[in-house]
Design a protein around this ligand. Structure first.
Ligand code: GLN
Length: 495
């Protein structure tokens, strides 16, 4: 049966269509896999009963000839998407017992296409982090280990680490994520899977617990470029409930993604060649360049001169928006309440007990940069630099169709590493943050292993609304890299 957990979504749909197995069987197999891998701590809430009910309904729809695009596909949902009547925690103590009365638009769209929900995956608290270690529910363990029999637990990356680990460990066939500064692409890189953040506005943010509203965007993890294209197509689309969602047709990405890259111009931004970057990453990048050249793309050198300001700009804007968004957790309207002697005291007690250290740090930074004396010096300045970063991209996209860069400056690191210094942790986002500041689509594709046998990803950044080209280039990289490695844990359990 374990063969069922190794299929891609596309293969599983064929199997369901050909009656090789049922959605209930497919779901049961994944529920078992989740039970057998609880030590990874990928899920905060498992929803096996709901999954089996959805799977049974899916089988009926398929028999009646009314199946949707993802009918019967078992997926995991980042616990930042509100799910009706299913606890949604944002991995925070403050929302530990929050059960939404509504469904996020993205999960509703997935369910409308027949997707099955296996459970809610862990993340850094309120999606703030790059290692999944700030989750109130404990860290998530990456299914990959360094080669040579190492038993050191590695982080799956963050913030969508639970979703990435669950997919890499074959506990689901696809999973949702959100990406504010790299939270889909970096964990995809660390876990050897594909992950896309579409253009800001492609997916509705309605019903997603807000972190930094001008940067947050939903996206998806898949085992192949085609799978991510298929799932993203079901998630995306205009939603009148989100004023920043775009009223644009959703293209048929799964079929468009396989077009040749012949004649496309791919830019290599020189500012992404960072000092101290491991040589293996540079080599992998070169391999990607060669692969694209061999597929008929033209490679050009480009410059994004304001890249070096992206990280400091992000770490002003994101905390500023977070401090405002998180003001709603006051012990009155949602979640935890710790009573005090008066209202102010209750606010203080609730927030002191409910938020973890990283969230408090962001709220403090955000409140500071928005305060009367510092607003112009920090927040307004950051907004201006953000504009310059966007202009950099607009300029290079007059010369090329997409950009190729590494996804992150390192492979997965050990749990606990980088914890002593927040700046070191923030450096993880150096290659991913610019696309969020500019609202552009970005994907990470697994492209090779480092000397320790850990996966490394390459990132493709595209023009706004041009996910099509991003998928095409990603598909070409996927073909060229032919990344078939699996975590040892997975090969062992499949044997
Ligand atoms: N690591 C980044 C941060 O901590 C990005 C997080 C995200 O994309 N949600 O802010």
């Amino acid at each position: 049966m374990s063969a069922l957990t190794h299929l891609t979504v596309t293969e599983a749909i064929k199997g369901l269509e050909n009656k090789e197995f049922s959605a209930v069987e497919l779901t049961q197999t994944h529920i078992k896999a989740i039970e057998n891998h609880r030590h990874l701590n990928a899920f905060i809430t498992e929803t096996p009963e709901l999954a089996l009910k959805q799977a049974a309904e899916s089988d009926k729809r398929r028999a009646a000839g009314t199946a949707g695009a993802l009918d019967g596909i078992p997926m995991a949902i980042k616990d930042l998407f509100c799910t009706k009547n299913v606890r949604t925690t944002a991995a925070s103590h403050i929302l530990e017992n929050f059960v939404p009365a509504y469904e996020s638009t993205v999960t509703r769209n997935l369910f409308n296409q027949g997707a099955v929900m296996l459970g809610k995956t862990s993340l850094d608290e309120f999606a703030m982090g790059s290692s999944n270690t700030t989750s109130y529910f404990g860290n998530v363990i990456n299914p990959w280990k360094k080669s040579g029999g190492s038993n050191v637990d590695l982080t799956p990356g963050g913030s969508s680490g639970g979703s990435a680990a669950a997919l890499a460990a074959r506990l689901c066939m696809g999973s949702t994520g959100t990406d504010t500064g790299g939270s889909i692409r970096q964990p995809a890189g660390f876990c050897g899977i594909t992950g896309i953040k579409p253009t800001y506005g492609r997916c509705s943010r309605w019903g997603i617990v807000a972190f930094a509203s001008s940067l947050d965007q939903a996206g998806v993890f898949g085992r192949s470029v085609e799978d991510t294209a298929l799932m993203l197509k079901s998630m995306a689309g205009y939603d009148p409930k989100d004023s920043t969602s775009a009223d644009l047709e959703v293209p048929d990405w799964p079929s468009l993604s396989k077009q040749s890259v012949k004649g496309l111009k791919i830019g290599i931004p020189k500012e992404y060649r960072m000092d101290g970057m491991p040589e293996e990453i540079e080599k992998l990048w070169q391999k990607g360049i060669t692969g694209l050249k061999d597929s008929g793309a033209e490679i050009i050198d480009v410059s994004l001169p304001h890249t070096k300001y992206a990280l400091p700009t992000y770490y002003i804007i994101a905390p500023a928006e977070a401090s405002s968004n998180l003001a709603r957790y006051d012990g009155v309207r949602y979640g935890l309440r710790v009573e005090g002697k008066d209202l102010n005291d209750t606010y203080e007690n609730t927030r002191a007990a409910g938020f973890g250290d990283e969230v408090k740090r962001r709220i403090m930074i955000g409140t500071y940069v928005l305060s009367a004396g510092y607003y112009d010096a920090y927040y307004i300045k950051a907004q201006k630099v953000r504009r310059l970063i966007l202009q950099d991209f607009e300029n290079v996209f007059t010369q090329c169709d997409a950009l190729l860069t590494p996804t992150a400056p390192s492979a997965a690191f050990a749990i606990g590493e980088n914890e002593d210094d927040p700046i070191k942790m923030y450096l993880n986002d150096v290659f991913t943050v610019p696309a969020n500041l500019a609202g552009l689509p970005g994907i990470s594709v697994p492209a090779g292993l480092d000397a320790n046998g850990l996966p490394l990803g390459l990132q493709i950044i595209g023009k706004a609304w041009d996910e099509e080209t991003v998928f095409r280039v990603a598909y070409a990289i996927e073909q060229a890299a032919n990344f078939t490695s699996l975590p040892e844990m997975v090969t062992r359990s499949a044997a």
